[in-house]
Design a protein around this ligand. Structure first.
Ligand SMILES: [Zn+2]
Length: 356
């Protein structure tokens, strides 16, 4: 009798231990309460999917997922806020997968625009600008097979408009000013001070450009070569004369490929010089040793070849091996490394900090 009475607490202890053990053993996951697990089963997630969900997502994300309808991309959707944002906005398939690696800020900006086909091709371009997003989209519709680089390059250089149809004031100022067929200087713009370089034909230029030209002259001569200047600073009035002369001689279409309309000439900035090899000829310059040396080394002195042979569709000018623009050594070095035109670079520098 005494022994039977004393056995009861032992049986009770064993029972409690067994129940506790079974409960711990059957507990699906310390971070997933039994209710969540049941809901996942009810939503239709397979055992394999449930295991992946529990191993991949945080408890809060699992909870969020468990109260929503089944989705095959649940892991991506609930595990990546960017994926969720863009999916909710309407992106899907390969585009959504590609875009899911965007940073949250970029993704958020993207949702301010309608869904487009493969926006990643432009978003991942290094010169992508939010300020021009809708124009990229419009051009992408016209050219569905164009690469992101083509789309961004065209739009950043305004070529969704014909030359001289969308004229804006010259971009930037000082040594960084951009003047081309879209950006113009006022007729009364005259850089100050204008000085004469002291060597190699003494072109008239802005002070910094004149000093750099003298350094270039010294370097060219050190190679046993010669350098001269055929034309440097030109006023608006002088450019107007020249342009109308070329139009009369060659017709406007031809003149526009080699001569700028007044206000659109870089020569008016006082930062540009047409080089020759000391013989006064720009036409033969491309065949000279001076050209070969200058075209490779001018950036070291702050000058860039402004209208290269392979960029005529961007610059709107035929290859002009003689036409050099001073932008300063730092910018010239950057351009030398990037290999893009000054037209694209200046716009990108100017607009890349702006948000949509
Ligand atoms: Zn020129």
């Amino acid at each position: 009798m005494r022994r039977r009475i004393r056995r009861w607490p032992l049986i009770a202890l064993w029972t409690v231990t067994l129940l506790l053990g079974a409960w711990v053993f059957l507990w699906p996951h310390p971070e997933a309460p039994i209710g969540v697990e049941r809901r996942l089963v009810e939503k239709g997630y397979t055992p394999q999917e449930r295991l992946t969900i529990r191993l991949t997502l945080d408890p809060g994300e699992v909870l969020a997922l468990s109260v929503e309808p089944y989705r095959i991309d649940a892991i991506d959707y609930y595990g990546n806020p960017v994926y969720q944002l863009l999916s909710d906005h309407g992106y899907g398939g390969e585009d959504l997968t590609a875009l899911s690696i965007l940073d949250h800020y970029t993704a958020l900006n993207l949702t301010q625009f309608e869904v487009m086909s493969s926006p990643q091709r432009i978003l991942f371009d290094p010169y992508f600008l939010w300020t021009r997003f809708e124009r990229y989209m419009a051009l992408a519709e016209e050219l569905p097979l164009a690469s992101g680089r083509t789309l961004v390059e065209r739009i950043n250089t305004d070529r969704d408009f014909a030359y001289y149809t969308q004229i804006k004031p010259a971009l930037g100022e000082g040594l960084s000013v951009l003047v081309n067929k879209y950006y113009a200087l006022p007729s009364d713009f005259e850089p100050q001070p204008l000085v004469q370089a002291s060597s190699c034909g003494q072109p008239t230029l802005q002070q910094a450009a004149a000093m750099a030209y003298d350094a270039l002259c010294t370097a060219v001569k050190a190679q046993g070569l010669d350098l001269g200047s055929s034309s440097a600073y030109r006023s608006y009035a002088r450019q107007a004369e020249l342009y109308s002369y070329y139009v009369t001689t060659d017709g406007q279409a031809a003149a526009d490929t080699y001569s700028a309309r007044p206000g659109h000439s870089e020569h008016q900035t006082g930062l540009t010089v047409d080089l020759n090899a000391g013989d006064g000829s720009i036409g033969l310059f491309v065949n000279t040793g001076t050209y070969r040396w200058v075209s490779v080394n001018s950036w070291r002195y702050g000058f860039i070849l402004r209208f290269p042979e392979d960029k005529t569709d961007i610059t709107g000018y035929m290859f002009e091996p003689w036409h050099y623009r001073y932008v300063g050594i730092e910018t010239a070095t950057t351009l030398h490394e990037l290999g893009i035109t000054y037209d694209e670079y200046a716009v990108w520098i100017h607009e890349s900090k702006r948000i949509p």
